[in-house]
Ligand binder design. Sequence first.
Ligand code: ZN
Length: 128
Amino acid sequence: MSNLKLSEAIQLGAMLAPQGFERYKEDGRTCALGAACEAIAGSPLDVASRWPFCKQQTRCPACSWWFLLFVFTLGRTSVERVIVHLNDDHRWTRERIADWVAAIEFTSIPALVEHRQLGEQLQHVSGT
Ligand SMILES: [Zn+2]
Protein backbone atom coordinates (compact mmCIF):
# COMPACT_ATOMS: atom_id res chain seq x y z
CA MET A 1 0.00 0.00 0.00
CA SER A 2 2.87 2.36 0.76
CA ASN A 3 4.04 2.33 -2.85
CA LEU A 4 0.59 3.09 -4.17
CA LYS A 5 0.66 5.73 -6.86
CA LEU A 6 -1.73 8.65 -6.54
CA SER A 7 -3.53 7.62 -9.71
CA GLU A 8 -4.00 4.14 -8.26
CA ALA A 9 -5.23 5.54 -4.95
CA ILE A 10 -7.84 7.64 -6.77
CA GLN A 11 -9.00 4.61 -8.76
CA LEU A 12 -9.09 2.46 -5.64
CA GLY A 13 -10.97 5.08 -3.65
CA ALA A 14 -13.42 5.53 -6.52
CA MET A 15 -14.43 1.91 -6.02
CA LEU A 16 -15.04 2.49 -2.31
CA ALA A 17 -17.54 5.35 -2.52
CA PRO A 18 -19.63 7.25 -5.10
CA GLN A 19 -18.29 10.56 -6.42
CA GLY A 20 -19.04 13.77 -4.58
CA PHE A 21 -18.28 17.41 -5.24
CA GLU A 22 -17.08 20.46 -3.28
CA ARG A 23 -16.02 18.35 -0.26
CA TYR A 24 -13.27 15.80 0.20
CA LYS A 25 -15.82 13.56 1.84
CA GLU A 26 -19.46 14.09 2.66
CA ASP A 27 -22.47 11.80 3.00
CA GLY A 28 -20.33 8.83 2.09
CA ARG A 29 -19.25 10.43 -1.19
CA THR A 30 -15.70 11.41 -2.05
CA CYS A 31 -14.12 13.77 -4.57
CA ALA A 32 -11.00 12.66 -6.45
CA LEU A 33 -8.64 13.64 -3.64
CA GLY A 34 -11.08 12.35 -1.05
CA ALA A 35 -11.04 9.01 -2.85
CA ALA A 36 -7.25 8.92 -2.62
CA CYS A 37 -7.55 9.70 1.10
CA GLU A 38 -9.95 6.81 1.54
CA ALA A 39 -7.59 4.47 -0.25
CA ILE A 40 -4.70 5.32 2.09
CA ALA A 41 -6.94 5.87 5.15
CA GLY A 42 -5.47 9.32 5.48
CA SER A 43 -6.30 13.02 5.29
CA PRO A 44 -5.80 15.55 2.47
CA LEU A 45 -2.58 16.58 4.24
CA ASP A 46 -1.30 13.03 3.85
CA VAL A 47 -1.92 13.21 0.11
CA ALA A 48 0.54 16.08 -0.30
CA SER A 49 3.19 14.53 1.94
CA ARG A 50 2.88 11.10 0.37
CA TRP A 51 2.89 12.36 -3.21
CA PRO A 52 4.95 15.59 -3.17
CA PHE A 53 4.40 16.11 -6.89
CA CYS A 54 0.91 17.28 -5.88
CA LYS A 55 2.52 20.59 -5.01
CA GLN A 56 4.15 20.96 -8.39
CA GLN A 57 2.81 23.61 -10.65
CA THR A 58 0.81 22.59 -13.62
CA ARG A 59 -2.16 23.68 -15.62
CA CYS A 60 -5.66 22.38 -16.10
CA PRO A 61 -5.83 19.93 -19.03
CA ALA A 62 -9.44 20.83 -19.75
CA CYS A 63 -9.58 24.61 -19.55
CA SER A 64 -9.49 27.03 -22.41
CA TRP A 65 -7.22 30.07 -22.53
CA TRP A 66 -9.26 32.13 -20.08
CA PHE A 67 -8.29 29.81 -17.25
CA LEU A 68 -4.62 30.22 -18.15
CA LEU A 69 -5.17 33.94 -17.86
CA PHE A 70 -6.71 33.35 -14.45
CA VAL A 71 -3.79 31.17 -13.43
CA PHE A 72 -1.16 33.68 -14.51
CA THR A 73 -3.04 36.53 -12.88
CA LEU A 74 -3.72 34.97 -9.50
CA GLY A 75 -0.75 32.67 -9.23
CA ARG A 76 0.19 29.34 -10.69
CA THR A 77 -1.80 26.37 -9.61
CA SER A 78 -0.74 23.02 -8.22
CA VAL A 79 -1.49 19.48 -9.34
CA GLU A 80 -3.50 19.08 -6.15
CA ARG A 81 -5.69 22.07 -6.92
CA VAL A 82 -6.19 21.01 -10.54
CA ILE A 83 -7.39 17.60 -9.33
CA VAL A 84 -10.01 19.30 -7.16
CA HIS A 85 -10.86 21.70 -10.00
CA LEU A 86 -11.34 18.85 -12.51
CA ASN A 87 -13.60 17.10 -10.03
CA ASP A 88 -15.70 20.07 -8.95
CA ASP A 89 -15.73 22.35 -12.00
CA HIS A 90 -15.35 20.04 -14.98
CA ARG A 91 -17.15 17.15 -13.27
CA TRP A 92 -14.62 14.70 -14.63
CA THR A 93 -15.06 11.17 -13.31
CA ARG A 94 -12.42 10.13 -10.82
CA GLU A 95 -11.29 7.44 -13.24
CA ARG A 96 -10.63 10.09 -15.88
CA ILE A 97 -8.82 12.27 -13.34
CA ALA A 98 -6.72 9.25 -12.36
CA ASP A 99 -5.75 8.80 -16.01
CA TRP A 100 -4.57 12.40 -16.16
CA VAL A 101 -2.64 11.99 -12.90
CA ALA A 102 -1.05 8.80 -14.23
CA ALA A 103 0.18 10.74 -17.24
CA ILE A 104 2.02 13.33 -15.12
CA GLU A 105 3.02 11.56 -11.92
CA PHE A 106 6.27 10.21 -13.32
CA THR A 107 7.61 13.65 -14.05
CA SER A 108 9.46 15.01 -11.05
CA ILE A 109 10.58 18.38 -12.35
CA PRO A 110 7.92 21.08 -12.68
CA ALA A 111 9.32 22.27 -15.99
CA LEU A 112 8.76 18.80 -17.40
CA VAL A 113 5.08 18.92 -16.53
CA GLU A 114 4.82 22.12 -18.52
CA HIS A 115 6.93 20.68 -21.29
CA ARG A 116 4.92 17.49 -21.53
CA GLN A 117 1.67 19.36 -22.05
CA LEU A 118 3.20 21.94 -24.34
CA GLY A 119 4.89 19.10 -26.16
CA GLU A 120 1.56 17.65 -27.19
CA GLN A 121 0.89 20.84 -29.11
CA LEU A 122 4.42 21.14 -30.44
CA GLN A 123 4.89 17.56 -31.52
CA HIS A 124 3.80 18.18 -35.06
CA VAL A 125 6.08 21.18 -35.37
CA SER A 126 9.25 19.65 -33.93
CA GLY A 127 8.66 16.13 -35.17
CA THR A 128 9.82 14.67 -31.85
ZN1 ZN B 1 -10.16 23.59 -15.87
